[in-house]
Design a protein. Structure first.
Length: 413
């Protein structure tokens, strides 16, 4: 045994390091088959002499690459140490991996994970299929499989199904995480499950995955899930309320004085807050609400500002308003995100478009310069000509450009 250890120690010298590493890589790729050559590029003098000793052939000092048949190396090691190449590598650095078998197993687990996901009731929806295609193509699924986290894909699908089913409800993220995987912290920022689900939700909305915390929170809220019921807010103007809670008193006072007011989801959930207005107008940008506050001065129509993607607080307030008989008039920017927001509101709340037609867009487009449309196109089912006109022009129109017309509508109401 001491003799064997001494002899193997000689194989760990500098002249053998790259040679044996190349042999291990080759054999692991071919499931241990002793066929073909291995090569050394830019060999040192010590490596060159070692190769000459193995093959019995002179190799000139000017050679930039030396090729060594695996069978020659196997025979050399067997004659000198009594063990062939496979045994020697195993004794020196542990058993060889069977990489083709590992890849086959990995591919099988990837396919099984995708097959399970494609069995979801969401599979026929374009955004869901596109999400699966992307995480399979960019290596996300492979990384999950290699880490042993493939079940997280099933968990993500369960979360998406739950959010789709409960679209008009609001569920806290810890509750959603506990339901999906039995861990209330599985959807906190930065976890693999949170990343998977948010990528799917971004695919569904047609936007990019937000990097900042506020944007990610808004994306969750757009699907009916909340991380913080105090952070979820909605900006309102002239929204009186029916009821005898403190929040209702605040809303009535703010409406009497024409003061913009912020409501949190927590306030809306602590007691019934039913807007008194029978017609409510919805805009996307705070500048519109700020201008209306100055113009209306305590009179005129009720106005709600979504500040981009509607929050859970916004959906809660407007859902309760519709339940009490209110009619919603909805608009957003003339960009692809604005079309998606408006289409979602029409489907979810039965809202009516407010100055969101192709004619409105074309008229506003001629009134100034515009930035190019960005992101994937969206449909405008309430007026298909609108999406076509936007696609043809390739330009956005922010709703501030329509401000005179919007204020006129709000004043007349």
């Amino acid at each position: 045994m001491p003799t064997e250890r001494r002899e193997y120690d000689e194989l760990q010298g500098e002249e053998w390091t790259r040679l044996l590493a190349a042999a291990r890589r080759k054999l692991e790729r071919t499931s241990g088959v002793l066929d073909g050559d291995i090569g050394l590029t830019g060999p040192s003098e010590a490596e060159r002499r070692t190769v000459i000793g193995i093959t019995g052939h002179y190799r000139p000092e000017t050679a930039k690459r030396l090729a060594i048949p695996l069978r020659d190396l196997d025979g050399y090691l067997h004659d000198r140490y009594g063990t062939g190449l496979l045994q020697t590598l195993g004794r020196l650095h542990g058993p060889l991996r069977d990489r083709p078998a590992e890849r086959a197993d990995e591919d099988a687990r990837r396919e099984q994970a995708l097959k399970s996901a494609h069995s979801s009731r969401l599979a026929r929806q374009g955004w869901f299929a596109a999400w699966l295609e992307r995480i399979a193509a960019d290596g996300t699924l492979t990384r999950l499989v290699r880490r042993g986290d493939a079940p997280l894909l099933d968990a993500a699908v369960r979360v998406l199904e739950r959010l789709s089913r409960d679209q008009v409800g609001i569920v806290p993220l810890p509750v959603l995480a506990e339901w999906a995987v039995g861990d209330t912290k599985a959807l906190v920022p930065g976890t693999p499950l949170e990343q998977l689900v948010l990528r799917a939700l971004a695919q569904r909305t047609g936007g990019d995955l937000p990097t900042e915390r506020a944007g990610r929170r808004a994306l969750w809220e757009s699907a009916g899930a909340i991380a913080d019921d105090l952070a979820s807010q909605v900006l309102v103007l002239n929204i009186g309320a029916m009821g005898d809670t403190v929040v209702c008193d605040w809303l009535r006072d703010a409406a009497d004085f024409g003061i913009p007011f912020r409501l949190t989801l927590h306030q809306l959930a602590t007691g019934p807050v039913v807007p008194a207005a029978r017609s409510i107008f919805i805009c996307e940008n705070p500048a519109v609400l700020r201008a209306a506050a100055g113009e209306l001065q305590g009179s005129g129509a009720a106005l709600v500002c979504t500040e981009g993607v509607p929050s859970a607080a916004c959906h809660k307030l407007l859902g309760d308003a519709v339940g009490a008989g209110a009619r919603l008039h909805w608009r957003a920017d003339f960009d692809w995100a604005g079309l998606r927001i408006t289409a979602g509101a029409l489907a979810r709340h039965g809202a009516r478009p407010w100055r969101m037609t192709a004619a409105d867009y074309t008229a506003a487009l001629s009134m100034g310069e515009s930035t190019p449309l960005a992101g994937p196109p969206a449909a405008s089912p309430w007026d298909p000509d609108l999406a076509r006109a936007m696609n043809e022009s390739g330009s956005t129109v922010m709703e501030e450009r329509l401000l005179p017309a919007l204020l006129s509508d709000l004043t007349r109401t």
